[in-house]
Design a protein around this ligand. Sequence first.
Ligand SMILES: Nc1ncnc2c1ncn2[C@@H]1O[C@H](COP(=O)(O)OP(=O)(O)OP(=O)(O)O)[C@@H](O)[C@H]1O
Length: 263
Amino acid sequence: MTAPAALHMADVRYRWHRRAPWAINLPVLTLAAGEHVFLAGPSGSGKSTLLALIAGIAAPQAGQITVLGERLTSLSGARRDCFRAEHLGIIFQQFNLLPYLSVLDNVLLPCRFSRRRRQQAIERDGSPEAQATRLLGRLGLAADDVLRRPVTALSVGQQQRVAAARALMGAPGLVIADEPTSALDADRRAEFVTLLVQECQAASAALLFVSHDLSLASRFQRSVSLPDINALSPPAALASSGPHTQGAATEHSTLPGSHGSRP
Ligand SMILES: Nc1ncnc2c1ncn2[C@@H]1O[C@H](COP(=O)(O)OP(=O)(O)OP(=O)(O)O)[C@@H](O)[C@H]1O
C-alpha cells in the first residue's frame, strides 16, 4: 500500500480576523510522503501563517487540509493538538525551547507527549535518551556538559540545532521548519540544511522548509513560492470577502523530473 501524501491542501483560505484580508488563499499544495520542499516568499507573504495551518495551530475559514492521511480540518482543536504531538516535527522561528530544561530534556519532550514517538525512538535507537544523544551528536552537540546545560546557556546557533533535534525525535512523518537558519552564517547555514535533510531522509520524514535564503533551494527536491501579497492584490479587494489571489502558492521544480502542484 502506498503511503498517503504528507500534506494536501485544497482551496484553503485563512485570515487572522473577520475584517482582515486573506493571509492565505491557496488553491492547492501537496507534499508527497518523504518529499523535501523549500518554501520561499517575502516578509509578510504568509509563510508562518501557512505553517500554523499545516500544524493545526490555526484552522482555516475555508478549504481542506490533510496531513499524513488525517483530515485536520475535520478535527477539533484538542484532536489537532494530539495529532501534532504524534506526527509533526516543528522547528519554530523562535525555537520555543523551554528555558528551565536542559538541552537533553528539551530534545526528549516529543517522547514525553507522545507514546507513539517514544516507541519509535525505542525501536530505532533503543531508548529516547539514546536517540536524543545520537541526533544531538549528528548536529554537533554531543559533549556531555552541553547536554546537561540549560538551553539559555547556548549560543543561538546551538539552540537552533537543539530545536532541530527535538523536531526529529520519534520519526515524525512531516517536519516543518520556519526560517530555522536565519541566525546562522552562510557556512553553518548550508551545513545545518544538509544535516536536516539527511536526518529527515533517514527517518523517511517529509520536510517543508521555509526560508528567505534562495541559495538553499537547490538542496530540496522542489521549491514553492508564496508571492508578495501587495504585488498581487489591489488594495480595494483587501477588505471584501470575495475571491482573492493574494498568498496563492506558485510552485516550480528545482530538480529535473520533479513536479509542480499535484492534485
Ligand atoms: N497573530 C497575528 N494576528 C494578526 N495578523 C497576523 C498575525 N500573524 C501574522 N499576521 C498577518 O498575516 C500576514 C502574513 O504574516 P506571516 O507572519 O504569515 O508572514 P511571513 O511570510 O511568515 O513573514 P516573515 O517572513 O516576516 O516571517 C501579514 O499581513 C501579517 O501581518
